[in-house]
Design a protein around this ligand. Structure first.
Ligand code: ZN
Length: 431
């Protein structure tokens, strides 16, 4: 995972041509141009796989269900040769546990919860004691462990996981902590774990104190860099990772701001208005004319359309800002992101959620959740339909082909959302 960025650099260096990295989207759109697209009664637009009521059709649900069964079998077989020591959510066993937790949520099948337990136990036996985030460190297995144990009524085991999770906190807020702030390896990736536990197990499971200390450390770090770069006026919060001011959800500002905007993070309203909001607005002004976002503040090429780098990972931040600040401009720009993703979102990099088609599909689900417009449900289904032909498009095969963030588990997670699309969440990110 340390190679997340270097690998992307390698890819962008070798395949400069847009055609190399994206498939031309040949799916018919919800309605032809010029017709009111939000009107399900409008003539001429395609409907399938939605039924006459604008819900995901029973036939499509069945297709998705069958494919998921098939992919789960392939995944289980493939995992037999996966790295036994990778416990991360991003590419390892905790990610698989999280998938089964999701399958249990949508199906209610007890066997899925048992599987989640088996996989998370594997991770809990192998905590590495170095990294602290939900995606790449010990906070992931501990938070997921706490939830799985609680669902099984193993209350003591669940509490133990939370105690251990909180033992990581001093390393996150300590003054000499060298930790970055981004989601994959930094403070926000630890903050997510605390917010996730409270969301799943009830507010107050983790006290306000430890949460607000982490939030303060994140704010302080951002203000320090911004002041150092003389940007305190324009962008009061600035962050970098490996010397670059990344924009996207995985390493950048959009991921950090999204987490600070969470009601569960309890950022005081004057700080939200005076510090977080102007920073969000600064970032908004960095978008390309196409509506897409650069991978970093210094990058001017409009190329990557991924959850990790580009518009898809910025959508949740814009929608959250819209909900909090009640201004249409945030929603409008999220909608613009949706257009970019629809045009360019079928990736040759595969079907995963970090930089694949399923991850881009999640942006439509987020837009659907907020707007309830059938167009976005339709588009989400079309990207799911693409994932039903898993492996047949000649996409690049990821290094960890069965994992949650790079591979098959992520695509299955996305497909499972079709059962309750109004209630979807991008795993390990959206709350
Ligand atoms: Zn990625």
């Amino acid at each position: 995972m340390g190679d997340h960025v270097s690998k992307l650099k390698l890819l962008s260096a070798t395949d400069g041509d847009m055609e190399e990295r994206y498939f031309l989207n040949r799916c018919p759109d919800w309605a032809p141009t010029g017709v009111a697209t939000s009107d399900p009664e409008a003539d001429g637009g395609s409907r399938e796989p939605l039924d006459a009521d604008g819900e995901v059709s029973a036939a499509f649900q069945k297709k998705v269900h069958n494919k998921m069964t098939d992919l789960l079998e392939q995944m289980e077989e493939g995992l037999k040769t996966a790295d036994p020591h990778d416990c991360s959510t991003y590419t390892g066993w905790t990610g698989i546990a999280l998938l089964y937790l999701q399958l249990h949520r949508v199906s209610g099948e007890a066997s899925h919860l048992q599987r989640a337990l088996d996989y998370v136990k594997r991770s809990l036996r192998n905590l590495n004691g170095r990294k602290v985030t939900f995606l790449c460190g010990d906070a992931g297995p501990l938070a997921v462990g706490a939830v799985v144990y609680q669902r099984l009524n193993h209350t003591e085991d669940s509490k133990q996981c939370i105690t251990k999770l909180l033992l990581l906190q001093p390393a996150v807020v300590g003054p000499d902590s060298e930790l970055p702030d981004e989601l994959l390896y930094g403070r926000v990736g630890y903050l997510y774990a605390l917010l996730y536990v409270n969301k799943e197990l009830g507010a107050g499971t983790v006290d306000e104190g430890p949460i607000s200390q982490v939030v303060s450390a994140i704010l302080e770090s951002g203000q320090k860099l911004s002041a150092g770069q003389k940007k305190a006026e324009r962008c009061p919060l600035l962050y970098e990772w490996h010397g670059k001011q990344y924009v996207g959800a995985a390493h950048g500002l959009a991921g950090i701001f999204y987490m600070l905007l969470q009601p569960g993070a309890r950022v005081p309203s004057d700080v939200l208005a005076g510090v977080v909001r102007p920073s969000v607005d600064y970032l908004r002004h960095k978008r390309f004319r196409s509506g897409n976002y650069p991978s970093s503040l210094s990058n001017e090429s409009d190329r990557l359309v991924h959850w990790c780098h580009g518009a898809p990972g910025v959508v949740p931040m814009l929608l959250m800002a819209y909900q909090l600040f009640k201004e249409e401009k945030y929603l409008k720009e999220a909608v613009d992101c949706g257009e970019v993703i629809w045009q360019r979102g079928l990736l040759r990099k595969g079907y995963g959620i970090c930089h694949g088609t399923a991850g881009n599909g999640y942006a439509f689900l987020s837009l659907y959740r907020t707007t309830r417009e059938k167009k976005y449900l339709y588009r989400a289904c079309k990207f799911a339909e693409w994932c039903l032909d898993y492996g047949t498009h000649g996409c690049r095969i990821p290094d960890r082909p069965y994992s949650l963030f790079e591979g098959m588990a992520g695509a299955i997670h996305y497909l499972s959302e079709m059962a309750m699309p109004g209630d979807s969440r991008f795993p390990a990110f959206e709350l």
